[in-house]
Design a protein. Structure first.
Length: 126
């Protein structure tokens, strides 16, 4: 029987299969988990990021094996809400290339409000 593939690496480690995960959110992302969400569907994942909660000017970029979020202009009130001070300007989701197509794309069917991004990440067919 095939092992379950977990949404996050932490759950895979706890299950004793550390290599069977889709996403590995950075420690900084886990500190502000209320500002993003990942949902697993049969053939893809959606990743919704509420960039307004991170700061006033936020860039979301696709790295080779990651989705990187950088706060260019921080809002002191938002920063204080999460007690992140100066060190929380960089966030990332590591994507597991064994199970995911590393080319995430913006969701074309959803009208996204200002300050929110929704990405679609396709699963690899196994």
């Amino acid at each position: 029987m095939a092992s379950k593939i977990h949404l996050f690496k932490k759950a895979a480690i706890e299950a004793g299969t550390p290599e069977n995960y889709y996403l590995n959110p950075s420690d900084n992302l886990m500190k502000i988990a209320s500002e993003w969400r990942a949902i697993e569907y049969e053939y893809f994942l959606t990743l919704t990021i509420h960039t307004d909660g991170f700061g006033d000017l936020v860039c979301v970029r696709f790295g080779e094996k990651s989705i990187d979020i950088e706060v260019k202009e921080e809002n002191k009130e938002k920063a204080a809400r999460f007690e992140h001070g100066d060190g929380m300007k960089n966030f990332s989701f590591e994507m597991n290339p064994n199970f995911l197509n590393l080319k995430a794309e913006l969701d074309p069917t959803i009208k996204i409000t200002e300050g929110t991004s929704r990405l679609i990440i396709s699963k690899l067919k196994k």
